[in-house]
Design a protein around this ligand. Structure first.
Ligand SMILES: [Zn+2]
Length: 528
């Protein structure tokens, strides 16, 4: 059974699926994994007819702990340590820093068909909705200290309290420490060494902890949210899910202070880009927004779904990865097409679950498939300015393409264009030497030359100038001459592309004029 449907099957009664994010800056594509995982769990619950609510929160009372490199350092550095909702917006339209980056993220949700009820924690704090829990955790500070010590080995002083007021003097929330609570007010100090990235001002005083004057530490805050919102399912990334890690600490606090069981949890793995865990301040071209610009929404969802949550996703927007992603998706579409009852198949076939949940529209009753068309061919065609891409695609499609097929194919073309413009390495680009013989054709040896000559002759006799026929013929000739395929194809690429590798030889020929190919093969075979 598909993992999300397994989770959904095991749950009884009303379910509240929750996830959240600290809106500290631009979001990397890796953060979308959790978003899609929670979305798919709630879709699975709905699919099984179970009642479910889907929530997504902005943890915007968290402090600004670093100024991202793409922002004006001088403007934002004075706000280090401030709650994100109290930092000014980097943009013109949206009120503050947290809203600005959260809105940017939520735009991608809409693109992907993810539609949770969203909330901002500032509203919970300022409206007094958190007051009861703040009091409860302050009264039970000893139990919180105990849970930290027992689960993570983190020793807190006997007069440490789980609360951080916003300093009345300097506005920072990251540097304050509470050492007493009398049921109405906390006594705190804004400590010069209270955080490792910013200094506190040294102020101390008493203040009410209620109505937005400060926040719970995040592991405690997590528990308060679960209780307030009635959360029953919340997954977390591997970094929070280690033994003795933050999720374990939160679970223990939930148990000991509230006497309640924590929500269902299962960890999910990272997304690695070029083999490294993505960080939010590094990496070019891999923010969620940039990848959403590159991929159609179904393909971006599919990227997250074709891999089990507990397996690392290796993603880098190179030719190999992108074309394979599309090919895998198209394979599932073709599989769905083969069934007698398409609608039933997409709804129930286990193999098709990643395709089912990759759709932007969660209502699959009106789902329809489409004719697939290979992205790698599209990428090649786009690089041949002498061709009309839509005509070429139309000529190559096995069946006539209808409006919906074109809608999908045009989204693939847009991906191809984007990829060529922003991601392709020079090595990955297809440059065909139309006007002159490539320099490196000199490397062709006599055995290879013999192959090219023979192939040139054979192609004059081909009836239909089609990629698959041309490919078969190129293979057949290498076999007859007993020349290793690799050597044979290398000679072809050297003759047309000035390099040793390229797209399928049959495709390459099919992009080009018949006489030109025959002539070029012939000339390349007769070089000294
Ligand atoms: Zn201060």
């Amino acid at each position: 059974m598909f993992w999300a449907e397994k989770i959904a099957t095991d749950r009884e009664g009303m379910q509240v699926v929750n996830d959240s994010k600290t809106p500290s800056g631009r979001v990397h594509v890796g953060s979308l994994r959790g978003v899609i995982i929670h979305d798919v769990i709630q879709r699975s619950l709905k699919h099984l007819g179970k009642p479910v609510k889907f929530l997504y929160g902005a943890d915007d009372y968290d402090a600004l702990d670093t100024v991202p490199k793409y922002l004006d350092q001088e403007k934002f550095a004075p706000y280090l340590g401030f709650p994100l909702c109290n930092v000014p917006s980097p943009g013109q339209d949206v009120g503050d820093y947290a809203k600005y980056f959260m809105e940017e993220f939520l735009e991608i949700f809409r693109y992907l068909g993810v539609e949770p009820e969203t909330y901002y924690l500032r509203d919970f704090y300022r409206s007094g909705r958190m007051n009861h829990h703040i009091d409860l955790f302050l009264q039970n500070a000893h139990k919180v200290r105990e849970a930290y010590l027992k689960v993570s080995g983190g020793k807190r002083a006997d007069n440490w309290y789980p609360f951080q007021p916003i300093c009345e003097n300097c506005g920072k929330i990251a540097t304050t420490e509470v050492t007493d609570y009398n049921g109405k007010e906390v006594f705190y100090t804004c400590k010069p060494n209270g955080a490792n990235y910013v200094k506190g001002c040294g102020h101390s005083g008493s203040v009410s902890p209620f109505d937005g004057r400060g926040k719970l530490p995040w592991k405690v805050e997590w528990v308060a949210k679960w209780d307030l919102l009635g959360v029953t399912i919340e997954m977390a990334g591997k970094d929070h899910s280690q033994k003795g890690g933050s999720r374990d600490v939160a679970n223990a606090i939930c148990q000991s202070v509230l006497g309640k069981e924590a929500p269902f949890h299962s960890p999910y793995e990272f997304i690695l880009v070029n083999g490294t865990k993505m960080s939010s301040s590094k990496g070019v071209g891999s923010t969620a927004k940039e990848i959403a610009n590159l991929l159609p929404p179904e393909l971006l969802r599919f990227l997250m779904l074709r891999t089990q949550p507990r397996t690392v996703i290796n993603f880098s927007p190179n030719y190999e990865t992108i074309t394979r992603l599309f090919r895998d998706y198209d394979t599932l579409i073709e599989k769905a097409e083969k069934a007698d009852n398409l609608e039933e198949n997409i709804n129930t076939n286990e193999d098709l679950a990643p395709l089912r949940y990759a759709q932007v529209n969660s209502d699959l009753n009106s789902w329809r498939s489409h004719q697939t068309f290979d992205l790698s061919t599209i990428i090649s065609l786009l690089q041949l300015p002498h061709l009309d891409i839509e005509k070429e695609i139309s000529d190559r499609a096995p069946k006539p393409l209808d409006d919906y097929d074109w809608q999908v194919i045009r989204s693939y073309i847009a991906t191809g264009r984007q990829w060529l413009q922003n991601y392709a390495d020079e090595e990955e680009k297809l440059v065909i030497y139309l006007d002159k013989m490539p320099e490196r054709s000199k490397e062709i040896d006599s055995v290879q030359a013999n192959y090219l000559s023979k192939l040139s002759d054979r192609l004059t006799k081909i009836e239909q100038w089609q990629a698959d026929i041309l490919q078969t013929e190129s293979f057949a000739v290498s076999k007859e001459l007993e020349i290793p395929q690799k050597e044979a194809f290398k000679a072809i690429y050297l003759s047309f592309l000035n390099k040793e590798k390229g797209p399928k030889a049959g495709s390459l020929f099919s992009f080009l004029d018949r006489n030109f190919v025959i002539e070029r093969l012939h000339s390349a075979s007769s070089l000294d």
